[in-house]
Design a protein around this ligand. Structure first.
Ligand SMILES: Nc1ncnc2c1ncn2[C@@H]1O[C@H](COP(=O)(O)OP(=O)(O)OP(=O)(O)O)[C@@H](O)[C@H]1O
Ligand SMILES: [Mg+2]
Length: 245
């Protein structure tokens, strides 16, 4: 059984159908990718799965349980965490305090594990930014800020991580480090679902890839299957991101 599953998701914004009967299946211990041209509906799909966006139709399941009607907060308690396409951190707080906020939040619903301070430090270690714990987040370059956001999600002890363009704004070395880190996290049993435009990142990292085009999930398969799918190639023709290679 899939850990996180969405079926028949339809979202309309006035006359615009942003998602049209779209579905996805995310397995524990795997990196699942979601790709598609700009405006295809990827972020909207994330918003549906995390509870930020109401649907016209469709269902979301975690561990086979219907969570469609649960609030953002209740879904977080059940183990869904996310990062944002435009990084969302508390700029006025230090790196450590950004993560501490999440560790303290989790503490309210789960008293197991170390105290929030230790938990937050452990999450910084996990993503490799312990040495900048006391710096203000506002002063950080994008690569480090993305890691702060990631550490903050880990502090909630998620079962599934939804990452909206995790390599955006990163240089080549940082992108490689991010891929290695995400691979390591799934080896601990975490499920990762990521949206990405960087095709070599997606193709090298994901076990399975789902392709969204104009709100419809037009393909789903291994990187090799998706890369050679003619409907995927044509969905990308004329898009800013060129062909899928
Ligand atoms: N709150 C909203 N109100 C109205 N239209 C919206 C809203 N959010 C998204 N849209 C529209 O829905 C469509 C899908 O947007 P979405 O942001 O999900 O695409 P995306 O695949 O994440 O794109 P990108 O690759 O550029 O991030 C777009 O046409 C967008 O303009
Ligand atoms: Mg988006």
């Amino acid at each position: 059984m899939a850990l996180l599953e969405a079926t028949g998701v339809t979202v309309r914004f006035g006359g615009l159908t942003a998602l049209d009967d779209a579905g996805i299946s995310v397995e524990a211990g795997q990196v699942t990718g979601m790709i598609g041209p700009n405006g295809a509906g990827k972020t909207t799909f994330f918003n549906v799965m995390t509870g930020l966006q109401d649907t016209t139709a469709g269902r979301v399941f975690l561990d086979g349980r219907d969570i469609t009607r649960l609030s953002v907060h209740r879904r977080a308690r059940r183990g869904i965490a996310r990062t944002f396409q435009r990084i969302e951190v508390f700029g006025q707080l230090s790196v450590l305090d950004n993560v501490l906020v999440a560790a303290e939040m989790r503490r309210r619903w789960d008293r197991s594990g170390p105290p929030p301070h230790e938990e937050a430090r452990a999450c910084l270690e996990r993503v490799g930014i312990a040495e900048i714990a006391d710096l203000s987040v506002a002063a950080l370059p994008t690569g480090s800020a993305r890691l702060v956001e990631l550490a903050r999600t880990l502090a909630t002890r998620p079962r599934v991580l939804l990452l909206d363009e995790p390599s955006s704004g990163l240089n080549g070395r940082e992108t490689q480090a991010m891929a290695d880190l995400l691979r390591d996290l799934t080896e601990d049993g975490l499920a990762v679902l990521l949206v990405e435009h960087d095709m070599s990142f997606v193709m090298g990292l994901c076990h399975r890839i789902n392709v969204l085009s104009f709100g419809e999930m037009i393909a789903s398969g291994t990187p090799t299957e998706v890369r050679s799918d003619p409907s995927v190639q044509s969905a990308y023709l004329g898009s800013d991101h060129g062909a899928v290679q």
